[in-house]
Design a protein around this ligand. Structure first.
Ligand code: HEM
Ligand code: HEM
Length: 443
């Protein structure tokens, strides 16, 4: 029920980033699922646990691994703090990804919110960079080889790839310079960017007069919308969510230890060498496409698509409604099921049929495993868009959303395949075979 907003000291800085009153209908939990707030809590937890880790961690190739061992075995609660930082970082990627999906599926990247969508993309980049650079710091076999495989991917970027790789590594392979580069980016550059971008992100929400809610996208949060004071209505919900997130990360960290293999050994590589899970989709693409297409063309198109999304000029009459409409929901399910069935079939066909029998003439690989498959996929996606429009009467927005879901679910299938279905030599295996087989080490 709407109540009269309390008297507020308008000058308080906090009101620039946290509202004193909010529209009542944005309080509904299922509208945001609290993902943005949870991401904030996780970032703050990373800063606290990361600072504690700094007391014992040494960023040199000789001392990094022993310092992690000391942390785990000697320092009181050292293992717990490492677990919290490790799992917190991984949860953060997931939660930020879910937050991004909620923003997309409630159409909250349009119009007045487009700048915030771009700031969000910057935040996502920070979170991925933090995880990627943090991954190397323990300098065990897992981190050494995961970073080797990921930085190796830069080599496939035409013209500038090798240069970028050298700058990141500080040389031609992982060594002292790499560790100091990663350490500086991890503990200084990324936290600084997050600390600058996050208040801007929250200020933009304030500028847009709160999070989106069902109705025309451009409606100013005018007086006709019933408002309630944030204290206690919003703040109690935020506090409950924050406590739930902290409890979940603690519970997970008590139950599961962060992995730590032997100290890094450049002469002994694991088979298969895996990228961190959030890059498994990319690594899986490498199994099916020409490397330049897998690590450059496809990611480039995805990033451009995400940046240009607010310019697609979606229907401004619809905002804040999950999946646009009832029809949008139905078509979304059809797209998800199509991708869920087709993507594994294509992976298996490519593995056991296309790679073994010779279908195409002896054209260069960039044509046979690059241009032709990409053209076929684009043709399929266009055909799919036309079908949902004509057969299911989808609007342009619903059709675009269907295509987005098709690509999203396909990418999730690729990621899951990369994480659980790849064994020695990157061959396809069942997850239970993968889990029961020891990692093979190759000299
Ligand atoms: C560290 C990462 C991030 C944090 C801490 C964060 C935090 C938040 C919070 C607290 C909200 C308001 C409540 C909610 O929606 O849950 C929000 C809204 C928003 N976020 Fe984020 N966010 C992050 C990343 C992102 C990313 C990756 C994107 C998209 C690329 C994004 C785009 C937006 C947009 C457009 C809104 C406004 C939504 C609306 O008006 O309904 N954010 N964010
Ligand atoms: C969004 C923020 C951050 C994320 C996502 C993140 C993520 C990670 C990850 C995944 C690791 C590897 C953990 C492991 O397996 O051992 C790590 C290590 C580390 N991080 Fe962070 N981190 C963040 C912020 C920070 C900050 C702000 C600091 C310090 C001020 C910090 C200090 C460290 C240190 C010293 C290590 C090496 C110790 C270790 O590996 O356990 N991190 N980080």
């Amino acid at each position: 029920m709407a109540t009269t907003p309390p008297k507020i000291k308008k000058k308080s800085f906090i009101y620039h980033i946290h509202p004193p009153v909010i529209p009542e209908n944005t309080l509904k939990f299922t509208h945001t699922w609290g993902f943005g707030g949870s991401a904030l809590v996780l970032v703050l937890m990373q800063i606290v646990t990361g600072t504690l880790l700094l007391f014992s961690y040494s960023p040199t190739p000789e001392a990094a691994y022993p310092s992690i061992m000391t942390l785990q075995q000697v320092i009181l609660f050292g293992r717990l703090i490492r677990n919290l930082h490790h799992w917190g970082g991984h949860f953060l990627v997931l939660i930020v990804f879910f937050h991004m999906l909620r923003v997309f599926f409630t159409g909250a990247y349009n119009s007045r919110r487009k700048v915030n969508w771009w700031i969000g993309l910057g935040l996502f980049l920070c979170v991925l960079t933090a995880n990627f650079t943090g991954y190397l710091l323990p300098l065990d076999q897992l981190s050494y080889w995961a970073i080797t495989i990921c930085t190796g991917m830069f080599d496939y970027i035409p013209l500038i790839g090798t240069g970028i790789q050298k700058i990141i590594l500080g040389g031609t392979e992982i060594g002292k310079a790499t560790l100091s580069n990663f350490f500086a980016i991890h503990v200084a550059l990324v936290p600084a960017c997050l600390t600058i971008l996050m208040p801007f992100h929250f200020w933009q929400i304030r500028k847009a007069k709160g999070v989106i809610y069902p109705g025309p996208v451009d409606t100013p949060g005018g007086n006709e919308i019933s408002k309630v004071p944030s204290v206690p209505h919003l703040v109690t919900r935020e506090a409950a969510m924050a406590l739930a997130v902290i409890a979940a990360v603690f519970l997970f960290s008590v139950l599961f230890n962060a992995p730590l293999a032997d100290s890094a050994n450049p002469g002994l590589s694991p088979n298969p060498t895996r990228a961190p899970w959030y890059f498994s989709g990319l690594q899986e693409l490498l199994q099916h496409f020409h490397p330049s297409v897998a690590v450059f063309v496809i990611p480039f198109v995805i990033v451009c698509g995400l940046i240009c999304l607010p310019y697609l000029n979606f229907d401004k009459e619809v905002g804040g409604v999950w999946f646009l409409s009832q029809a949008g929901r139905k078509i979304g399910i059809i797209s998800a099921v199509t991708a869920f069935v087709l993507a594994p079939v294509m992976i298996v066909l490519d593995e056991f049929l296309f790679k073994t029998i010779k279908i195409l003439p002896d054209w260069p690989p960039v044509v046979t495993s690059g241009l032709i498959p990409v053209a076929l996929i684009m043709g399929f996606v266009f055909g799919f868009y036309q079908i949902v429009k004509q057969k299911y009467g989808a609007s342009r927005e619903e059709g675009m959303q269907a295509v987005f879901i098709l690509l999203l679910v396909s990418f999730i299938v690729l990621t899951v395949t990369g994480i659980w279905f790849r064994g020695p030599g990157m061959s396809l295996v069942w997850p239970w075979d993968r889990l029961t087989t020891q990692i093979a080490w190759v000299k």
